[in-house]
Every structure is written in C-alpha cells, then in structure tokens.
Design a protein around this ligand. Structure first.
Ligand SMILES: Nc1ncnc2c1ncn2[C@@H]1O[C@H](COP(=O)(O)OP(=O)(O)OP(=O)(O)O)[C@@H](O)[C@H]1O
Ligand SMILES: [Mg+2]
Length: 322
C-alpha cells in the first residue's frame, strides 16, 4: 500500500495577547491507502487540532509553526488556497466532532449535502439533489426526498450525524477524517453509525482517520493507532501491539480505564488531569501523573523511539515499566 497522508514533525502554536504557546509538538504519522488509523487520548490532547490542520481549518490565532502535511506526495501547507480547496471537499473530508456547529442551521439538508457535488463534482443542481437523496438513503435516512427540504434543527442528533456523513462521503473521498463521530449519540445508534462509516470506507477504498476516546471502538475498527497526550504522540503502532501490549505508562492507564464487561471490577479513572498547553511541566509532559517517573523524566523530554518494528514509544523508563 502506498502512502496517502504523511504528517511530519508537525508543530502548531497558538498566539494570544500575552503569549504564544505550543499546542502540538513534533507530531508525525502516516496513513496508507485504504488504511484505518486512529488517534486516541484524553480531552485536550490535541486530536481535533491535528485533524483541523490537515483540513486547513485551524481556529483563529492558531498556526502551523513547522512540519509538513503531505497528501499524495503534495504538501498541503504550501499550496495555494484554490488548490487546497480543490483537494479538501473532493479528496479529503471530515465528519466534525459537533454536528450542530458543522451544519449550517439556515440552510436545508439538500443544499448542504449537494454543495460539494455541485462545486467539486460539477453536477447540475437537479442531479446533485437527486444524488443527495441517494446518499441520505445510503446512510439510513428514510423519506430522503422530503428530508432534502428540512433544516438541521428538525432532525435528531443521530440523523444530523448521518447527514454530516452523507455530506462527507458525497465525493467518495480518498481520506475520511471522523472526529468522535458517535460520542453525541446513544449506544445503539453509535454502533450502527460506526458500521456505516466502516462499510463506506471499505466500499470506496477510502482511508479512515478516526479520532476517539473509545479504545474498544478503535480496536474493532482500525489497524493502527497513535496515542496522544499533551500535544504529542506518546505511543504508536499497530493496534494489536499498542492496545494489546502497551508499553507507555499513559497508554497502560488509558487501557486500565476501560470497563471490563466480563468482570465486576470498578472503572478506574486516571488520577490527575492533563496540563494546559501553557502549563506543561519540564521534561516528559506526563511525568507528574506517571507512576514510573524518575529524575530524568522531570528534566528531559524523551524521543519517540522504535522499540519493535513499527511500534514507537516516547518514554525513558520502558524497562521499569513492564
Ligand atoms: N478554538 C480554540 N480556541 C482556543 N483553544 C483551543 C481551541 N480549540 C482547541 N483549543 C486548545 O487546544 C488544545 C488541543 O485541543 P483539541 O481540541 O485538539 O483537543 P482534543 O484532543 O480534540 O480534545 P477532545 O477529546 O475534548 O475533543 C487544548 O488545550 C484546547 O484547549
Ligand atoms: Mg476534539
């Protein structure tokens, strides 16, 4: 499989009146064509910002300070806005974390789903609406023709999520980014939405970048994973290595928080909270919460090292941590 997306040494900073803080530090990963890859990590670890940087949709005052984002060998950072717009929307699309903010409340569902088909697919409006109705059916929305004239507030959360998926897959993108596509939904809908995303990617041979807190979902969907903490990747590799045989103390803690269906063990939560980007400690950013931290962890930042083919870990104390 050839490389579809390569993110290399990506650093993102945010500027305020008072200071400039590093939000994302030295993040690297790549996705092959058709690969299903996940980014996991606690709230605030930088998952959405990483995804938004690929889409060229960073919040105001955020900027890429260094690094590369290559899609099909082309650097997405250095290209013209026009060229980027052509790629985003036709070859890369994203299901956003919050469907309410991602859909425009003032525009009909038909308008929003057909938009890319008209702009990028060069379809006539009538044909694009016809195609949109088919897409809505595909994502499980019945009476799709009538739905074209509905507004987002007239739909339930699950339906809005489906509309967003229909819009995201309208151009059969080569890369689909799904940022917590199911968190706002109840458990039964979650499973059907994930089945749908997986099937759509398989049918189109699209790559998936799934962002999630849910490690079981990641295990069931993706082949590889990166664990983010405090703006950088702490561990990455195949799910069967990282999630079955985790080496970083942070990954271990995340996994120990998973409820175990077959036991009465209580859900453990990770003690402490991640530091705000402006308050990261010296050394390894996980050191204040790490059970294995030693002096070096408080002084120096470890590098992400390959400990086994394709399995990368950013930790000084791997031996003490088995
Ligand atoms: N629009 C914004 N304005 C200011 N700061 C932001 C904005 N969006 C994100 N941040 C900050 O950037 C950092 C990374 O946030 P990000 O949204 O990428 O986290 P996340 O891993 O996606 O978290 P979650 O799991 O809660 O979605 C956090 O410190 C967050 O507070
Ligand atoms: Mg997020």
């Amino acid at each position: 499989m050839s490389k579809l997306l390569t993110v290399k040494n990506l650093c993102i900073s945010a500027k305020s009146d008072k200071e400039t803080v590093d939000i994302i530090s030295d993040v690297s990963f790549s996705l092959k064509k058709g690969e299903m890859f996940a980014i996991v990590g606690e709230s605030g670890s930088g998952k959405s910002i990483t995804a938004l940087s690929i889409m060229g949709l960073l919040p105001k005052n955020f900027y890429i300070s260094s690094g590369r984002i290559e899609f099909n060998g082309k650097d997405l950072i250095d290209i013209s806005t026009k060229e980027r717009r052509n790629i985003i929307g036709s070859k890369i699309s994203m299901i956003f974390q919050d469907p309410l903010t991602a859909l425009n409340p003032l525009l009909t569902i038909g308008f929003q789903v057909s938009e890319n088909l008209i702009t990028h697919g060069k379809m006539k409006k009538k044909d694009a609406l016809e195609e949109s109705a088919k897409l809505l059916e595909k994502v499980g929305i019945t009476n799709s023709r009538e739905r074209l004239s509905s507004y987002p507030h007239q739909l339930s959360g699950g339906m809005r999520q489906r509309v967003m998926i229909a819009s995201a897959i309208s151009m059969s993108p080569e890369l689909l980014i799904a940022d917590e596509p199911t968190t706002a939904l109840d458990v039964t809908v979650q499973a059907s939405i994930m089945r749908l995303i997986k099937k759509l990617c398989k049918d189109n041979d699209s790559s998936l970048m799934l962002i999630s807190h849910n490690l079981s979902l990641v295990k069931n969907t993706c082949s590889s994973v990166a664990v983010m903490y405090s703006g950088s990747i702490q561990e990455s590799g195949l799910c069967e290595d990282v999630l079955t045989n985790p080496l970083h103390p942070y990954t271990k803690m995340l996994i120990s928080c998973l409820p175990k269906m077959d036991s009465s063990e209580k859900l453990i939560s990770i003690s402490g909270t991640p530091p705000a980007p402006s308050e990261r400690p010296n050394g390894c950013s996980f050191n204040p919460r790490c059970p294995n931290a030693t002096d070096i962890c408080r002084k120096k930042t470890p590098e992400l090292k390959e400990v086994k083919k394709g399995h990368f870990v950013k930790c000084f104390n791997l031996e003490g941590n088995q």
